[in-house]
Design a protein around this ligand. Structure first.
Ligand code: SME
Length: 156
């Protein structure tokens, strides 16, 4: 088994423990952000965007770990986050300089992956990860982040 797989398995166990503790939803989400950011070297910004349940066409920044971002509200369709929300699928960009529909969070960000979170078949939130590395995300990251997204969906 590769080192990465061992790490991801451990982080899934730790996420499970976070979800079982007695703290509030946002505290748990923040703990998940911290867990991922601190343990996976190529995860430099980890955060959740939540769907505005009134309009259902906008994302609102939730708990995150990393540099503050000006992108607090993102309409569906805009940027990588908005495109993932509109298409309801994972959006992976290995080189953000090649993506024209992109909302920059700083020149040090080189790649990004956004994974939708579903509740009863509806998109309710997203897990967003920025990396300072070019092309750092593998199939293993995708599988891992999908598992995390499924687990945290119980909070929504
Ligand atoms: N880059 C994102 C905006 C959010 S930040 O990465 C935190 C996008 O293009 O949607």
């Amino acid at each position: 088994m590769t080192e990465t797989r061992t790490l991801f398995e451990l982080l899934i166990k730790k996420t499970n423990q976070v979800l079982k503790n007695k703290s509030e939803k946002d505290e748990k989400l923040k703990s998940v952000c911290l867990l991922l950011k601190e343990n996976v070297p190529h995860y430099n910004w980890v955060g959740f965007y939540q769907v505005d349940m009134k309009s259902r066409n906008e994302l609102v920044l939730g708990p995150y770990e990393g540099e503050p971002t000006e992108h607090v509200r993102i309409p569906f369709g805009k940027g990588i986050c908005g495109q993932a929300a509109k298409t309801k699928t994972t959006f992976l960009v290995q080189d953000v300089s090649k993506e024209t529909n992109y909302l920059s969070c700083g020149s040090n960000v080189k790649s990004e992956i956004v994974v939708p979170i579903f509740k009863n078949g509806q998109i309710v939130a997203e897990l967003d990860i920025d990396s300072h590395a070019l092309s750092p995300f593998t199939k293993e990251d995708k599988t891992f982040l999908n598992a995390i997204a499924k687990m945290v969906s119980e909070l929504f």
